[in-house]
Design a binder for this molecule. Structure first.
Ligand SMILES: *Cc1c(COP(=O)(O)O)cnc(C)c1O
Length: 371
């Protein structure tokens, strides 16, 4: 019998040889933008807590109070006894934020996508997704059993062509895109996609995991996460009352997975409320990203995510470690997270970064000849 550990050792060696092996490093987050690694305190440009809300006193207090009142865990699936009353307020606020009739919260963004897509399309249906769609959208498509076709990134003409050639062969069709692309920071042409969907009798689903500004669109299915700008954990779908009712009855990742801990629901609720009350914090994160692209003469920031593509894996790893030696945490993003030969530094900006931190970061990037 083959010995599992021997086979896995070989596989790990192959990853190592391609500079693709990853490791999980303990990281203590402090004050919203710092990360402690070993003895080093780094300014992080790699967290998705874009609005610094995971350190806001109101958010933390809400989590503590909810734990004291309701205990630490949900105890069951939401369909059994795990649907804490705190969900109601959160879902109402999310529907308001996304301007839809209703919302439903899942255990994570990943679970929202892998539960929702297979609930809506199946064997005789077609999914047309942007080439750069997040891994969980692709996983969801595979689970659904629908035919998956992918259009070149943000290429509306290619999407139209795929629809023209294939739509007629399938019963239902779902077009899926991210609103703000997680590894590129660019924006999807949502209005054009909306029109295409309408013209071709397809439904549009948008993944807004990285959206910090409420992007106006009329997608039929709007997905988002509570794990990034909303400083907690969980995912959600917004849409019509009927869509949400149906998902509660058919999304397997909702039905067969435990509800969120009360602390997480309360923290997310506090965070959504803060963003609705203080939309300017999202503007501040954008301003910081724009300051970075201006100083470095890069194309103007479209979002709070800025990639610097260095292509080769080893080059990006060494750039990341030089930045770390200088006090900045910027993760090296490599395939399969991004396409081959597009390894990159991915900078994420927070509303809490200071001008001084951004200027110092830019100085080092220039000095190292990374731009
Ligand atoms: C992070 C992310 C998800 C998954 O969300 P989690 O809440 O972290 O599971 C889904 N889609 C995109 C585009 C993401 O970046």
């Amino acid at each position: 019998m083959p010995i599992l550990d021997e086979i896995l050792t070989q596989k790990l060696q192959i990853l190592e040889a391609k500079a693709k092996k990853r490791s999980i490093i303990p990281s203590v987050r402090e004050d919203g933008v710092f990360v402690l690694r070993g003895k080093n305190r780094l300014v992080s440009f790699s967290c998705n807590d874009y609005l610094g809300l995971s350190f806001r006193p109101e958010v933390i207090e809400a989590a503590v109070k909810a734990t004291q009142k309701y205990g630490s865990g949900a105890g069951a699936s939401r369909l059994i006894t795990g649907s804490n009353p705190l969900y109601e307020e959160l879902e109402t606020l999310l529907a308001k934020y996304k301007k839809t009739e209703a919302a439903v919260v899942f255990g994570s963004g990943y679970l929202a996508n892998i539960g929702t897509i297979p609930a809506l399309v199946g064997k005789n249906d077609l999914i047309i997704a942007d080439k750069f769609s997040h891994a969980c959208i692709i996983d969801a498509a595979n689970i659904s059993g629908a035919t998956l076709l992918r259009f070149a990134h943000n290429n509306i003409n290619h999407c139209r062509m795929l629809l023209e050639e294939n739509r007629k062969d399938y019963q239902n069709c779902l077009i899926v895109t991210e609103e703000v692309f997680s590894m590129d920071g660019d924006l999807a042409p949502l209005h054009e996609l909306e029109d295409l969907a309408k013209e071709n009798g397809a439904w549009l689903m948008t993944d807004g995991a990285h959206s910090i500004l409420s992007i106006n669109n009329n997608a039929t299915v709007k997905m988002g996460t509570l794990s990034k700008a909303f400083a907690a954990y969980g995912g959600y779908i917004c849409g019509s009352n009927i869509l949400i009712e149906y998902l509660k009855n058919s999304a397997r990742s909702l039905i067969f997975s435990t509800g969120l801990p009360p602390a997480v629901i309360a923290a997310a609720t506090a965070a959504v409320r803060i963003l609705l009350d203080e939309p300017e914090i999202a503007g501040k994160a954008m301003e910081n990203a724009r300051m970075f692209t201006t100083i470095l003469n890069l194309p103007e920031a479209q979002s709070q995510i800025i990639p610097l593509v260095l292509q080769e894996n080893d080059k990006v790893i060494s750039a990341s470690s030089i930045l770390a030696e200088n006090g900045f945490l910027v993760s090296a993003i490599r395939p399969p997270t991004v396409p081959e030969n597009t390894a990159r530094l991915r900078f994420t900006f927070s509303s809490l970064h200071t001008e001084k931190q951004i200027e110092e970061l830019c100085n080092i990037i220039k000095k190292q000849g990374l731009v």
